[in-house]
Write a protein that binds this ligand. Structure first.
Ligand SMILES: [Zn+2]
Length: 77
């Protein structure tokens, strides 16, 4: 489970992007922390990066499906 200390730097959001499932190898538009729905592993993903294909597998548990847990937001300048 993702942890944080300073609550003032995080805000809850109900945007639909949090409900979309991503498959291994896909490139989500948002950088941030993604969670595997099947095993609970969390990974950090940079902008333009693909979700892991080969180094995250669990044939016994079932197929890998990623959902966004936290996304990183650029501060307006
Ligand atoms: Zn997994």
């Amino acid at each position: 489970m993702a942890k944080y200390k300073y609550q003032e730097h995080l805000v809850s959001s109900n945007v639909p992007a949090f409900d979309k499932e991503w498959q291994p190898g896909q490139i989500p538009p948002n950088s941030g922390i993604y969670r595997c729905k099947t095993c609970g592993d969390e990974i950090a993903l940079g902008k333009g990066q693909a979700l892991p294909r080969d180094h995250h597998q669990h044939p016994v548990l079932g197929p890998v499906a990623w959902v966004m847990l936290v996304f990183a937001q650029e501060h307006p300048k």
